[in-house]
Design a protein around this ligand. Sequence first.
Ligand code: UD1
Ligand code: MG
Length: 463
Amino acid sequence: MNTTLSGIETWSLLTLSAACVGIIINTFHGDGEPLIASLAFSGLAFALTFSLIRWLGAVFMKANLKGRDMSKVKKTEIPETMGAVCAVVYLLTIIIFIPFPFYKDIVAATSGGGNKEVVIERQSVETGRILHRFPHNKLASYLSAILSLQSVVLLGIGDDLFDIRWRHKLFIPALASIPMLVVYFVDYGVTNVVVPVQLEQYLGKMVNLGWLYYAYMAAIAIFCPNSINILAGINGIEVSQSMIIGCLLLANDALSLYAAPSSPTPHPATDPHLFSMYLLLPFMGVSIALWWHNWYPAKVFVGDTYCYFAGMVFAIVGILGHFSKTLLLLLVPQIFNFIYSAPQLFRLIPCPRHRLPRFNARTGLLEPSVTQWQQPPSKLVALLMNLLAKFPLPLVEVEKNSEGEIVESTNLTILNLWLVWFGPKREDRLAIELLVMQALCGILGLFVRHELALWVFRQDNRE
Ligand code: UD1
Ligand code: MG
């Protein structure tokens, strides 16, 4: 891999960075204009990630952070775990960004310049009247997001280094989400869910889920990172799917902000959506830089670090932004892939270390990959598999021996399913088709959320 930046790249990145720094300095003339500043920081994060990925490729290879590109004629080794670069740049960016959304509050609380000692009179500090104007709860939310993300990034890097066991991996995001859930409990604490109009006569308008709601949020924190990691295995698919989800969430924020009625006191839904944008914009910045190097033919792999990191960003904005149901609506392909994978994930049927599509070196195309069954399955499993294989659009292809026992079946991922349905494809073609499908599903999800929600719910609560 090329480890230096070309002349054009260097100049473009320098120009972009200079423009972003200029914009950031400029925002101080007004109210800090956090959204503009966030955009500029995202530009800087992009430039830094882009350069670091280039410069660090060889260093990563030397540290044995590398992987073989299995779907190529020449299965060359390329740097892996490049998501760690994204995650680190991202964390630094959102840490440096902390003063910006709170700039106005800092000024208001300290009546100028952010210098507490000089301006505030002793008495007001003692009574605490003035500092109470500062939105400590929002800062706590933001800090808890950083803490949860950091824990998950640690898990990701650990997994890339040591290949952690599946059952251990599963629970770490749940523990990582504790800071966030505590803030949710103290700050917001709503565990009621609105009941669809059609069910109101049975359940009432609201149902209080109590602690179950916290279990549900922890489950989202487990699901998001893992679901991205298992919809993987062809060049560019991990980053591209994450970027699509990121764009959809940003569109959802923009729609919600746009639709929020303008009143002197901001609509309660305004703040969470801004919060979500502050976290998503830099995420897009670092992801685009990685995508550039990971798209077919890949020059680097993203590693599990990226998948966990991306998934956790979504879980955090969904939970702290109070729109976890909308988030699930935008993850329909990932949810389908997870449910579809479940028989292999929970070992009802054999699961090999890798389930990515099989590369046919003769045709240069990808074909569905298969798993050999060491022993014939139980009657129930065999019945189920035969049923799935008989659908007009088969959900699995099976191979039987002369006794009619299943000896081999296609791996249960949507990448393979797509190939079963539409035939062998080139790697980039497969990625593009799946991504178009995902984008369409997501746009439909947004439509359902913003246009059709009133059919089911009494009012659009913009949560
Ligand atoms: C998950 C999947 C596994 C899939 C793998 C591919 C489950 C339970 N696990 O495992 O089935 O095979 O991701 O990422 O569904 N690779 C390529 N081309 C790519 C991306 C990856 O060849 O575009 C290969 C490389 O050899 C790379 C390796 O996959 O080194 C990375 O696999 P890893 O992320 O460690 O696999 P898991 O996340 O454990
Ligand atoms: Mg992986």
